[in-house]
Design a protein around this ligand. Sequence first.
Ligand code: SF4
Ligand code: SF4
Length: 214
Amino acid sequence: MLTEVLTEMVKIKEYLELKKKENAQFAAFLNNLGEASPFMVSRSVHELAAGFSKVVDCTKCGNCCKFITIHITGEDRRKLARRLNITENEFRSVYCRSTDKGWAFTDLQCPFLENNCCTVYEDRPGVCHAFPYLNLDSMTMDGIGFSKGQELVAMAYRCPIMFNVLEELKKISGFTKTLDNQEGNKPVEPEQTAIEEPVNGQKKPELVPAGSAV
Ligand code: SF4
Ligand code: SF4
């Protein structure tokens, strides 16, 4: 079981490779939860993400600006064109491509990312405010990016916040207990509530006790 906050993608990917089978089981576990549980899971994800966002430095990562299609609304286009002092048509022809869901930045790597920092931060597209889609009050397991447990696991390969959320979610969803029971009657630990000790100089965020998020 992971006992520290991992923030480096190299270490995260190594860990994920070791846990491939477990993560496939966890994805199936999430998919099989009853109707009320996805709400508990999404609320827990929301709170965990808020905590891990405080200890993961996005400026050392920037993956969501490199690997995700960023869709642009008309308002996004207007703001960015104004900022760049060009017309909206010029903006569209230089920076955008048409997709079946509307306009998006031409390349996956955002043209406004420099040294892992956003150079148009105040005028960034609306979708950029939301990534990794874990802080939305309305998020549900059926919501954006989380229609399947596999998608939740897949995001851990890109996003350190999501990776740490995933690991904590295994505990608070009850999945870890099912593993312990499978492994030969190890004593079942109490539900996770909080881990106080600093790890690598970082403190884990407060966790949501199982069941309290509903
Ligand atoms: S992928 Fe996750 S950790 Fe990386 S910059 Fe985006 S939100 Fe931050
Ligand atoms: S506009 Fe900024 S926040 Fe959005 S993808 Fe580009 S660099 Fe990232």
